[in-house]
Design a protein around this ligand. Structure first.
Ligand SMILES: [Zn+2]
Length: 189
């Protein structure tokens, strides 16, 4: 006979991804529907294509995003796949920092606002800190889903000069190129 309690414990322990809910979910739906259009303005489109990316793929990555609450999700980082695709699953088993629950990472690192599944063939899961994300956060995370790359590899692809941390650089580059604005800026003469 199946020990139902033990089974439930197993399910809760291994598959515990808590969906983003309430106000944070509503905020996410509003932001992502704008972001999916904003990335097509010509400033953002030119920026992405100059770095081997494109607006359509970026918008598609957002379309497939499934938002979870990073502060509540008990799934371990390794099971959540929140590590670069360049690291094999076998290699990842050796990294102690990936054995902790996602929510512990959010708890211990208050500067983390989002983490994304960058490992695996299907990269859809994004863990957010409620109240601490905007369109740029969503777009930044979608770039991880799209490319499977780490912050430093992604920042390098986007022309990182080393002046900021790679994560800060990625977000700044998106913002500077109006990827969170509906229209392109007026050309300076
Ligand atoms: Zn990042």
């Amino acid at each position: 006979m199946l020990n139902f309690q033990a089974f439930l414990g197993f399910v809760n322990g291994s598959v515990d991804k808590v969906p983003l809910s309430g106000g944070a979910y509503h905020e996410w739906t509003n932001l992502i529907s704008e972001a999916e259009q904003d990335v097509f303005n010509s400033d953002c489109a030119c920026f992405l294509s100059a770095h081997g990316l494109d607006s359509l793929s970026e918008a598609e990555a957002m379309l497939f995003q499934i938002p979870y609450d990073g502060t509540k999700s008990k799934i371990t980082k390794i099971n959540a796949g929140v590590y670069p695709n360049s690291i094999s699953a076998k290699q990842a088993e050796g990294y102690k920092q990936l054995s902790i629950p996602v929510r512990q990472d959010f708890e211990e690192n208050q500067n983390i606002n989002a983490e994304t599944q960058a490992h695996g063939a299907t990269r859809t899961d994004v863990y957010f800190r409620p109240g601490a994300f905007d369109k740029i956060t969503i777009e930044h995370e979608a770039l991880h889903s799209l490319t499977g790359k780490s912050d430093s590899d992604l920042a390098s692809q986007l022309g990182w000069d080393g002046s900021d941390s790679p994560s800060v650089f990625i977000s700044k580059a998106l913002r500077d190129n109006r990827c969170d604005k509906r229209t392109a800026g007026k050309k300076k003469k």
